[in-house]
Design a binder for this molecule. Sequence first.
Ligand SMILES: Nc1nc2c(ncn2[C@@H]2O[C@H](COP(=O)(O)OP(=O)(O)O)[C@@H](O)[C@H]2O)c(=O)[nH]1
Ligand SMILES: [Mg+2]
Length: 395
Amino acid sequence: MVTKGILRALISLAALTTLLLVFYSYSSPPIPRPHVGGSGGQFVRPKTGGSLKGIDPLLNPEKGPPGKLWGPGEADRISATLLSLVRNNELEGMVSAMRDLERTFNHKFNYPWTFFNDEEFSQEFRERTQAETKAECRYEVIPKDHWEIPSWINNDLMAESAKLLEEKKVQYSGLKSYHQMCRWNSGKFYDHPALKDIRWYWRVEPKVHFFCDVDYDVFKYMEDNNKTYGFVINIYDSPESIETLWPHTLEFLAENPDYLHPNHAMAWLTDSKNRPEHHQKSGYSTCHFWSNFEIADMNFWRSKKYRDYFDHLDRAGGFFYERWGDAPVHSIALGLMEDKNKIHWFRDIGYQHIPYFNCPSSPKCSGCEAGRFTDGTGLDQEDCRANWFEFAHMD
Ligand SMILES: Nc1nc2c(ncn2[C@@H]2O[C@H](COP(=O)(O)OP(=O)(O)O)[C@@H](O)[C@H]2O)c(=O)[nH]1
Ligand SMILES: [Mg+2]
């Protein structure tokens, strides 16, 4: 693997050069205006560092987002869908996630569900999911050219890389479909013909839970308030799964400096204080929006700048030679190329995807303990919302 060693050395050198270049060009970004969060207020970082345990803003009474909110029946539905990529054999998990979201939100608003799969949905899947909602359900197969591994990926190198990743204990590294799923979620889903006339989506995975009544139209909230992306959980990634993602990103940015938004969140992406050992590996803190939950505007993913970014990454091959997730890819793109004030923390949406929670303190919530972040042991320090609050804002 001499060639691979040389390749790595070259990549590191290129990364270092671009890192220096980009930092030289952007070392004096516009002074960010102090941003006081809607219901959260200014964030003061705890002396203890990362974990918010005990001082989580989620422990404060939850009032919901400020401004005009549209309740059930108060406004027309906008162009949006609940969206799930799911397999037939995940039917039970899908039904359970749907049941939660229908109970807490969608029976009041009736947004359609769009299910995606790399093969046909079974009759049983269709019947059981449709039975959970009054809204329309659409069942879509992903076109082969959106799902298949691209022609420029070298099979031998992919197999070799999978072995290396396994040695580094990168989860799912040997599972081809997992890589395909991450790539589809990063750069393909918004081009599915079934979404052609749809702008907004709420991503829902099987087995997730929703705990709190949401009595306003979240899509309309996003549109009215000029938001692009809504998240609930912010965590660190495994640096081994994305070793060259940041170097490739810096390379892209050096070629396209105009894509950096004046109100970017570079400081959040490059924070070196809170998980220095992650930052040291590539220059990226690895803090990201956990994308199994997303409420977002597909116009951002459909923009030229994001398409160019995705194509650059796709050509670099890291969806297959490493295990780049759609979560860090989306997060880096947003942090660099979008106005950070257009990113919204849906602190009022009670949510769980094993092993993490977003649990607000509100009579509208049941089944989750306010401020609880995880039910896994030793995982509290994976929470990096404090970084987002410090370097961006709290609402
Ligand atoms: N149709 C289909 N869906 C998939 C495939 N792999 C993953 N998914 C879906 O992609 C999402 C993420 O996968 P998941 O196994 O939950 O990954 P994790 O959350 O990172 O552990 C889930 O909604 C899965 O149902 C696949 O090969 N085919
Ligand atoms: Mg999942």
